[in-house]
Design a protein around this ligand. Structure first.
Ligand code: S3P
Length: 440
């Protein structure tokens, strides 16, 4: 199934985006390792998170969805998972795969992990290397790519590990391995990344210390705690909110509200950037819910100007560069985004996917090794079909572009969007967008 976004006249109204993907994966995994029942409200029911739930079920965890949408997990306790009798298929999800590898590292059984064409092309050495120092054996295809065989260890060893890449997934995999490891496991991150794992480990009752050291932010976890089931409330995903938000900024006359969006300081680089570009975004009703900051966003269309987005900001908006580069096409002058090397190993090579797609839409764009420069101003021509390459964020980005281009924009794969944003089309159309299905 393909999707086509037509130029829209204006977007208006209020809509709630689905639950945060990062927090949803972590909620299921920590609940699985807690003692007793956890109840998760607002879980993202996207394919990525459902794949994590299915994998945890294969590992012996009872997980059920109540008719009202609440998810119940009967935890087995730290170290209590059992050998799966089939390969664990994490679908499209790098987060699911990498975090689960951390958990499996300290369980003394063998498991096999695979995923879709995108996941099977993604590098896993960044997690298997530190996990093997803790005692696990992870056998991969060439280039460290899945399918993987994971031979967990009965005697995991605590490590102190300095992250060579800014990655919350790697940090989290090591901390989750540290849960079933005696002693103290420490991860040092030179650049801070999203801290949902740390916040949630504390929330479940683990002992965790965070310090600023000369080498960076050091997170130390005391292993083999007893953690207990609890209630988790998942806020709306700021990375999903980014799409209606961007659409409202570029479709003339728009004025929308997005209530209950997660505003973790490590996730809001896009909002900071858009404000610098002159965007009209107000954050209202700031509050905290289950340990995470949240608020309501009001977004109005207006003139935008190009800026340089510094490399240091990349970890706090790593998933938002595709949609930012679309907004940049509507901003006056040049927007230069730096420090983007990690984009090449996401669900697709997002740097080249955006550069090629924007050029096809008639936008002036320059792709560097780890940078992207977009020259904007007038509405892009559009009138093309963009290959999504199994990447939900590429698909949604180009549909948003089509909402404000001169001619409709099509994407070749509707299904990919369901990994993180089920109901995207209905939600956008509810605000006044015109996105239709097409089989041609
Ligand atoms: C995520 C971390 C980021 C992000 C991904 C989700 C997480 O990946 O791109 O979508 O939940 O920890 P990296 O940590 O590899 O940058």
């Amino acid at each position: 199934m393909k999707l086509r976004a037509f130029p829209a006249s204006r977007l208006s109204g209020s809509t709630t985006v689905p639950g945060d993907k990062s927090i949803s994966h972590r909620a299921l995994m920590l609940a699985a390792m807690a003692v007793g029942e956890s109840r998760i409200h607002g879980l993202l029911e996207g394919a990525d998170v459902l794949a994590t739930a299915a994998a945890l079920r294969c590992l012996g965890v009872a997980i059920e969805r109540a008719p009202d949408g609440m998810w119940q997990v009967q935890g087995v306790g730290v170290g209590g998972l059992r050998e799966p009798d089939r390969p664990l298929d994490l679908g499209n999800s790098g987060t699911g795969a990498r975090l689960l590898l951390g958990i499996l590292a300290g369980h003394p059984f063998t498991s096999f992990m695979t995923g879709d064409d995108s996941l099977r092309s993604r590098p896993m050495a960044r997690v298997s290397e530190p996990l093997s120092r803790m005692g696990a054996r992870i056998v991969a295809r060439a280039g460290g790519r899945p399918p993987l065989a994971v031979i967990g260890t009965a005697e995991p060893m605590p490590i102190t590990y300095k992250l060579p890449v800014a990655s919350a997934q790697v940090k989290s995999a090591i901390l989750l391995a540290g849960l079933n490891t005696p002693g103290i496991t420490t991860v040092i991150e030179p650049e801070p990344t999203r801290d949902h794992t740390e916040l949630m480990l504390k929330g479940f009752g683990a002992t965790l210390k965070v310090e600023q050291t000369k080498e960076g932010r050091a997170v130390s976890l005391t292993g083999q705690p007893e953690i207990f089931g609890r209630k988790v409330v998942v806020p709306g995903d700021p990375s999903s909110a980014a799409f209606p938000l961007a659409a409202a900024l570029i479709v003339p006359g728009s004025d929308i509200r997005l209530p209950n969006v997660g505003l973790n300081p490590h996730r809001i680089g896009l909002i900071e950037t858009l404000l610098e570009m002159g965007a009209d975004i107000a954050i209202e009703n700031r509050r905290e819910e289950a340990g995470e900051p949240v608020g309501d966003l009001r977004v109005r269309h207006g003139a935008l100007k190009g800026i340089t987005v510094p490399a240091e900001r990349a970890p706090s908006m790593i998933d938002e560069y595709p949609i930012l580069s679309v907004v940049a096409a509507f901003a006056e002058g040049e927007t230069r985004m730096e420090g983007l090397a990690e984009l090449r190993v996401k669900e697709s090579d997002r740097l080249s996917a955006m550069a090629q797609g924007l050029a096809a839409c008639g936008v002036k764009v320059a792709e560097g090794k780890d940078s992207l420069t977009v020259t904007g101003g007038k509405a892009p021509a559009g009138g093309v079909r963009i290959p999504v390459k199994l990447d939900h964020r590429i698909g949604m980005s180009f549909l948003v572009l089509g909402m404000a281009a001169q001619k409709p924009v099509e994407i070749d794969d509707a299904e990919a969007i369901g990994t993180s944003f089920p109901g995207f089309v209905e939600l956008m159309n509810g605000l006044g967008a015109v996105v239709t299905k097409t089989n041609r």
